[in-house]
Design a protein around this ligand. Sequence first.
Ligand SMILES: [Cu+2]
Length: 113
Amino acid sequence: MKQLATLALLSTLATSAFAHSRVDSTTPKNGAVIAKAPVEIGFDFASDIRLTRVVMIYQDHPAVRLDLSGQTGFDRVFKLPFQSMGEGTYQIEWRGLGKDGHAMQGDFWFSVD
Ligand SMILES: [Cu+2]
């Protein structure tokens, strides 16, 4: 019985964390295979957030932080300059804060082929 209650609590937490980290869409789209490397990365969030950290992971290279210096406040739509390292798969990990102070995070990936 105690286990069930714990499970119920966990699933509630997972649901609310998910609700706060919802990205309506990204550019490139999650899972996209594109012919030409993008010059910027786009996020379209379901509600206002402040991005605190965005990292690009490319193959076995050290993770590279994307420049957030142009991002000063809360917004729903972000465009960040992106420097391609060539063909291959890129993973983008992001973190941010919702207006209610909740931490949010997520990731997406795309391939340049
Ligand atoms: Cu929240």
